[in-house]
Design a protein around this ligand. Structure first.
Ligand code: ZN
Length: 200
């Protein structure tokens, strides 16, 4: 953890004004809800500085439907939508997700009852002990759409979506090529985020 000392010595002084402004308040632009996978760096991916993203990380970027499972994710969603009143929520899945692999192959998580119980919110009914990359990607996409649906069951989200104050976005991060796709509700498929005509 020597890197903490390096942060204090070398990095902090370069961003002193930003940290001074953030010291007593936050007004994040979005709740970014993504998998705990070590390969995802939300701030790197979105090129955002501290203070911009309110981040919720959980295996499989799963949002339990309200009021099934009161826990960390539900509380974080309610806090972001209701208290911080973020204008956007992004659910971001990813390629090669081990959680999707586990959902397809329950034997893999048989000895891990908490993981197994959590995966029921992914609602995967197919079985595949050796899924291809394409199968995992397709499942990750379906899972993001499912979690957007689960998000809408939370009253704090539903009320603000209905009022036009909150927008929901579904993303999938393709780790190998570094491409992010976004769910298009009209086309009912994931399309690359190009930057043209898009806010983020
Ligand atoms: Zn994952």
């Amino acid at each position: 953890f020597r890197s903490v000392a390096r942060f204090q010595r070398e990095v902090f002084p370069q961003h002193q004004e930003l940290f001074a402004a953030l010291a007593t308040r936050q007004r994040p632009d979005a709740l970014f809800l993504t998998c705990s996978d070590s390969r995802i760096d939300p701030c790197l991916l979105t090129q955002t500085q501290p203070g911009v993203l309110f981040i919720c990380r959980v295996i499989g970027n799963i949002v339990p439907p309200y009021p099934d499972a009161v826990g960390g994710v539900s509380a974080t969603v309610e806090f972001a939508a209701g208290v911080l009143r973020v204008p956007d929520i992004i659910v971001c899945g990813h390629t090669d997700c081990g959680v999707m692999r586990g959902a397809l192959n329950p034997d893999m998580v048989a000895d891990h009852p908490t993981v197994r119980a959590w995966l029921k919110h992914a609602e995967v009914h197919e079985r595949d002990a050796d899924p291809s990359a394409a199968t995992i990607l397709a499942l990750a996409e379906q899972n993001v759409v499912r979690q957007l649906r689960n998000l809408r069951t939370h009253p704090s989200v539903a009320a603000r979506v209905a009022a036009g104050e909150l927008r929901l976005h579904g993303w999938v991060y393709n780790i190998g090529p570094g491409v992010v796709t976004e769910y298009d509700e009209v086309a009912e498929k994931f399309l690359p985020i190009t930057g043209a005509g898009q806010a983020r």
